[in-house]
Design a protein around this ligand. Structure first.
Ligand code: AP5
Ligand code: MG
Length: 219
C-alpha cells in the first residue's frame, strides 16, 4: 500500500485502522476501476476472470474484443486482423474508440478491469480523460511481474492447443518487443500518479489471485 508516496507493507498490524478507514472510500458509489498490466502471457486474462467474479466487475480486454471482431469478420476486425496476427499494436485511435464504446455499453457497471489497455501513454491519457468526464478514475494499476523465460514457456504451451495466430514463437517475440519498447512507458505514467502496484505473477494461480485481492482490498 502507498501512503504519502511511501510504500508500506500492508501486513503491518499498526496500519489496520487506517486500512479500514481507507476501505470506506470504496463505498457503493465509488467505481472500482483497475488496470491489470503485464507482458504477453503474464496472466492478465486468467486473473481478470477471477477478479470479475470476486469483485463483480466488468472485464474489458481489448485483445478479446479485437479477436471477437476478427471472428465475426466485422469491418474493424478486417482492419486489425493482420496487425494482431503479426504481433503489432493496433493504432491508438482505433483502440481508444473501441474501448470507450465498450465502457459506454456497460452503464450499470460497479467498475471495470482493463486488461491489455492502456498499452501506450496516449491510451493512458485518453483513458484518464474519458473517466474524468464521468467523474471516475483509475484506482490502481496492478502490474504482474513475470520473467521472459516464463512468458515464453506459457505461450509455447498454449500454442500447442490454441488457435491464436500470434502465439507462435516469432510473433510472440514481436509482441514482447512491442511491450518493452512501447507499453512499459505506461508504468512511469501511473507511478507518477502513485497508482502503480506490482505483484509477483509467477507461481500458483490462486496464490497470485490472493496477492491481487490483498492489494485491491487495501485501496
Ligand atoms: P492481448 O489479447 O491483450 O494479448 P497479450 O497482452 O499479448 O497477452 P495474452 O492474452 O496472451 O496473455 P495474458 O497476460 O492475458 O495471460 P493469460 O491469462 O492468457 O492482445 C493481443 C493483441 O491485440 C496485441 O498483440 C495487439 O495486437 C492487440 N491489442 C490488444 N490491446 C491493445 C491495445 N490496448 N493497443 C493496441 N493493440 C492492442 O495466460 C497466458 C497463458 O499462461 C495461458 O495459457 C494461461 O493458462 C497460463 N497461465 C496464466 N497464469 C499462469 C500461472 N500463474 N502459472 C502458469 N501458467 C499460467
Ligand atoms: Mg489476455
Amino acid at each position: 500500500m502507498r501512503r504519502f508516496g511511501v510504500r508500506i507493507p500492508t501486513s503491518a498490524p499498526y496500519l489496520k485502522p487506517f486500512r479500514y478507514r481507507r476501505k470506506g472510500f470504496l463505498n457503493e458509489n465509488t467505481m472500482l476501476n483497475l488496470v491489470l498490466f503485464g507482458p504477453p502471457g503474464a496472466g492478465k486474462g486468467t486473473q481478470s476472470q477471477k477478479l470479475i467474479d470476486h469483485y463483480q466487475l466488468v472485464h474489458v480486454s481489448t485483445g478479446d474484443i479485437f479477436r471477437a471482431h476478427i471472428k465475426n469478420q466485422t469491418a474493424l476486425g478486417q482492419r486489425v486482423s493482420q496487425l494482431i496476427a503479426d504481433g503489432k499494436l493496433v493504432p491508438d485511435e482505433i483502440t481508444i474508440a473501441m474501448l470507450e464504446e465498450e465502457v459506454k455499453q456497460n452503464p450499470e457497471a460497479k467498475g471495470f478491469i482493463f486488461d491489455g489497455f492502456p498499452r501506450t501513454v496516449p491510451q493512458a491519457e485518453a483513458l484518464d480523460a474519458f473517466l474524468a468526464g464521468k467523474n471516475e478514475k483509475i484506482m490502481a494499476v496492478i502490474a504482474l511481474d513475470v520473467t521472459q523465460e516464463e512468458l515464453a514457456r506459457r505461450i509455447a504451451e498454449r500454442h500447442k492447443i490454441s488457435k491464436r495466430p500470434d502465439d507462435d514463437a516469432e510473433k510472440l517475440k514481436k509482441r514482447i518487443d512491442e511491450y518493452f519498447t512501447k507499453t512499459v512507458l505506461v508504468l512511469p505514467y501511473y507511478e507518477a500518479q502513485g497508482k502503480l502496484e506490482k505483484v509477483n505473477g509467477i507461481g500458483d494461480v490462486n496464490m497470485i489471485f490472493a496477492h491481487l485481492c490483498e492489494v485491491i482490498d487495501s485501496l
